[in-house]
Design a binder for this molecule. Sequence first.
Ligand code: SF4
Length: 765
Amino acid sequence: MKGLAAAAAASALTGCRSTGSSGESGLDGSLKWGKAPCRFCGTGCGVLVGVRKGRIEAVTGDPDCPVNRGTLCAKGYHLPGILYGDDRITRPLLRKGDGYEPISWDQAITLIAQKYQEAIDKHGRNSVGIYGSGQWTIPEGYAALKWFKGGLRSNNIDPNARLCMGSAVTGHMTTYGSDEPAGAYDDIEYADAIVLWGNNMAEMHPVLFNRVLARKRQAPHVQLIDITTRRTPTSAYADLVMLMKPQGDLAIANGIARHLVHHSGLDQQFVDDHCTLRKGKTNIGYGTEDHFKFQDKPEPIDLEQYRELVAPYTPERVAELAGVSVADLKTLAEIYAAKQTRVLSLWCMGVNQHVRGTWMNNLIHGLHLLSGKIGVPGSTPFSLTGQPSACGTCREVGTLAHGLPADGHVKVPEHRAKAEKIWKVKPGTIDPKPGLHAMAMFRALDRGDLKVMWVQVTNPFVTVPNLRRYRDGKKKKRDDSFLIVSDIYPTPTTALADLILPSCGWVEKAGVFGNSERRHQQWEQLAKPPGEAKPDVWQTVAVARKMGLTEIFPETDSLERDLYNEFREFTLGVGKDVPTYETLQATHGGLRWPYVDGKETIYRYVVGADPYAKKGTRMDFYKAKKTGGRAVIWFRPWEPAAESPDEEYPFWLCTGRVLEHWHTGSMTRRVPQLHRAVPRTYCEVHPEDAQQLGLRPGDKLRITSRRGSCELQASIGGRGKPQRGQLFVPFFDESVAINDVTLDAYCPISKEPDYKKCAVKVERV
Ligand code: SF4
């Protein structure tokens, strides 16, 4: 396993089968095989699952899935183990004093319905909330959305995808008027240059990174550029590694834009035909205060004004702001400027978890629009997704505080009317005011304004930044609020719950996920759940029905099929058409929307490739209705981080993930092979900083910020290598609450927190 991690290219393997923990080979032909997408990242690898007597015995990469073509990464091969840890939650458990007592499902559902109704009657519909996940299946997310916005008339629903994809959503919406990428994974095989913006792809999207390396092997001219704050396993394969200062990406992107419009690379025809330019508000704040409000004010500008705005981003000034060399900056700018070079920009958390995350998304899209490098195979801006259905469930279903399905917004009367019609609820009753986004929801819980909250398929009391405030807040408000948590294992979040519900995991239930490239993949229930565990969709619908909402949740023999097909109604005719549940059942490897006349769409907005793109020469940005069918090139300046190192707190802290563990590790730490590979978290320290601090590898150190501290072991010269003055800590280990230290500053537009930048001090313990 350590070998796998060190050699990132080897992290995607072919031709192996991983057996489950029963000791049987799983290769004697008696297994029943089914298909499913992987449970982990947004890549969406297809998996063949071998089951005997209701238990998973084996998995292998699905050779017929176009995403992974038979390969899986280290996590994928250990999927069976995530279901068979020895501490699965098997019964509903109600808090009693400091412990829990088992109750029946009927008692649990009745209690939840009562708690929600009492809070709404006494404190109003804004006193209740539900916090979900990019790991919700589409039917699960859709059921929660319909229950909350259509049934309870509360918009207080938000997912953990806010913490990873919020800025990608607002980036797409403000640029194209519609969420999700124009391109697809196919672009990898045509690109001449692949630019990674703050993206450790070798560890976070290993199977896709394998496709990147295969492209480089087949076409040796292909350049891989790694723009990063620390050297990672990805950097080992890059032709150019641009080590930048935290927040330096804003300056680098503006520097490239300046090169395009002042020197060479501007595709004037493309900009004239397909684009419009805007600037927005500046000095927009950081969202650290409760009840923070921000509304951007887009102002049209022309190309001459844009030229003036980016003029100050000279190579020398960018070099100073970003800490990169003028020569490297020119090399990168010339890659975007070269007419014949097809450029694929890829990004993920480094860009999204950023106090100017929407701006960074806008800027990367802008580079491709200015240079016309979009809508050509191999040339596209492409945002990678962290979770398996952050796209399908949170972004397409719209399980966000402002959202409705298929790019719907509660503020728009026609979107509300459409939802009321499809949901068959009284016209004019959906609340037009967006609800509480994730950070606002946890702040409301801390203040005691949120009385009842249900957490499904996620572990926020590990992942929320400035965690101590919210954890202590929930503990203090124990008698004043009611927290329900559905999960498969005990976690720090279930430890705070008043009621714990046992959920089915992965293929113990049927579902649909939507991956980064608009691909929907369906699977059937393949394995038996333990004890009394139930699918989250069943739990939500049972409570809704108990609250009298039987008309919007009628009896059916398949909740998954009916809810998915109902969600599909929102997508038809608006350029987001998804296939029917039955079509997906019959398809191996899934299909990409818009799916029209039995055909999937690879290149969105491209005339001749997208059935909706009918006007225009090359492209038709038909969703950009507010800007007359034109994509928006935004001027977005460099602004400082919310908190920077000073004398008292002299280090930058960045947090993130590792190859072997999925998010908070609640599943992967139960897989012995993955746990043994990386059993504890650690703090990466630069060797010279370590020397000054008297630290050797494995020594215990304490990290302290203005918000909290934690102790963990030092890693020096290990997998990741931070620059001087910077630290990196993976967050998968619940025994080290690194989010006690992080800052809950967020992008004012997307409300996505910045987990990559805060100021800390460090000392040897
Ligand atoms: Fe593929 Fe991601 Fe699963 Fe690895 S974790 S097998 S890359 S979907």
